[in-house]
Design a protein around this ligand. Structure first.
Ligand code: GLA
Length: 379
């Protein structure tokens, strides 16, 4: 009998623009980053005994496949991925996995997608599963829906798997077609500023937003035959149904329609090298997320406001699910350090919180670092 040891890795992601519209058939513009989660996985010779070790927090769990109860949250993500792969008919026996990562948790950089996708990539390699990238991506997304309770869209897992160094992805979440755009920002750099705020109710607020978008769309569909998705809705049509929608539904739908439009125009601006225009769309995206979608928070709003009068910054907005985490900023390269210094001082004065900044590179997606087969006697 042979045994195999697999080392896999998958990144977190940034998102240039297109927030909270992946689950509304919109467009998104994410990219993979050069931070991620690394797994070492080995079969252990049993039928169904699994051992998982989270090195960063030195926590371990043991369970039998199909029989896990009371897992800590981090292990629910992994158990979900495992069960979703098995749901495809994958034959997976017992194994031990150890992992560690450097994506800051709760920062809107999708440490969760990085965890799921690295694990899934590793299991697929270890057990020689015949599954393609889209099956991997969807298994990881559904793990969050079914085992963690977050009805997330597909953006994070997609970016974590499909990312390419130096390229931004533009994904059409309606038909899942996508293209790579060179991330050429001229003399500007992407700087992330971590508010260090996290909201306890972020999961339920996320699911509430999704439900509000769905109920608004159902009402729109009942008034206008032929509407299939938000992509068939424009601002004019939205105005004609304003009496049928609640105030919240109207505001959420307005964000979806305007943000989808902004992503298209922002990707044109990026391709044309018009970074000032790209930045202007980022500011408008933030306003919409803050006012219409209501997923910002005072600290994120402060971080964006503090950039407005600084001509060395072309764009700023909250990034990811919201209610805390990072803002993404376009900062003139020459002045990155002095911008960070000023923002750190002023953010501390406003909220008494120490800011952290990241200047990340756009990297490649999920990968197998090594896959080694041993004869049993060597183990
Ligand atoms: C989270 C979700 C994504 C997406 C963003 C908001 O990161 O996992 O699917 O909805 O929030 O754009």
């Amino acid at each position: 009998m042979k045994n195999k040891k697999v080392i896999s890795w998958a990144p977190g992601r940034i998102n240039i623009i297109g927030e909270h519209i992946d689950y509304n058939d919109g467009y998104v513009m994410p990219a993979a980053i050069d931070r991620g989660t690394r797994f070492e996985i080995m079969a252990n010779g049993t039928d169904s005994e699994v051992e998982l070790h989270a090195q960063n927090i030195d926590d371990r769990v043991r369970f039998k496949i199909g029989e896990a109860h009371g897992l800590p949250t981090w292990a629910k993500y992994l158990y979900g991925v495992l069960m979703e792969l098995i749901g495809y008919g994958a034959e997976i026996g017992g194994f031990s996995a150890t992992f560690s990562g450097d994506v800051p948790i709760g920062s809107g950089l999708s440490s969760s997608a990085s965890l799921e996708c690295s694990f899934a990539r590793g299991l697929i390699e270890l057990w020689d599963l015949q599954l393609d990238d889209w099956q991997l991506i969807k298994a990881c997304q559904m793990a969050e829906h079914r085992y963690v309770g977050i009805k997330c869209g597909i953006m994070d897992q997609f970016a974590s798997v499909m990312g390419r160094a130096g390229q931004v992805l533009r994904l059409d979440c309606r038909d899942l077609s996508y293209e790579y755009l060179p991330c050429d920002l001229g003399e500007y750099r992407i700087v992330l500023l971590n508010s260090h705020v996290s909201h306890e109710l972020a999961t339920s607020a996320y699911n509430d937003r999704r439900a509000q978008c769905e109920s608004a769309l159902e009402k729109i569909k009942s008034k206008h035959k032929g509407i299939q998705s938000y992509r068939d809705v424009d601002q004019h049509l939205l105005n004609t149904v304003s009496v049928d929608l609640t105030e919240f539904e109207m505001a959420r739908a307005r964000h979806v329609v305007s943000e989808t439009n902004r992503v298209l125009r922002a990707s044109e601006a990026l391709s044309a090298g018009d970074i000032a225009m790209l930045g202007a769309f980022m500011y408008r995206s933030h306003e919409s997320l803050s006012q219409d979608y209501e997923v910002s928070c005072p600290e994120l709003d402060t971080l964006v406001e503090l950039t407005r009068s600084d001509e060395r910054i072309l764009g700023s907005r909250m990034m990811g699910g919201g209610f805390g985490g990072c803002t993404i900023n376009l900062v003139q390269e020459l002045y990155v350090d002095s911008v960070i210094d000023r923002m750190t001082r002023e953010y501390h004065t406003a909220h008494g919180i120490e800011l952290t900044s990241y200047q990340l590179k756009i990297g490649d997606g999920a990968q197998i670092i090594s896959s080694t087969t041993y004869a049993d006697t060597c183990l």
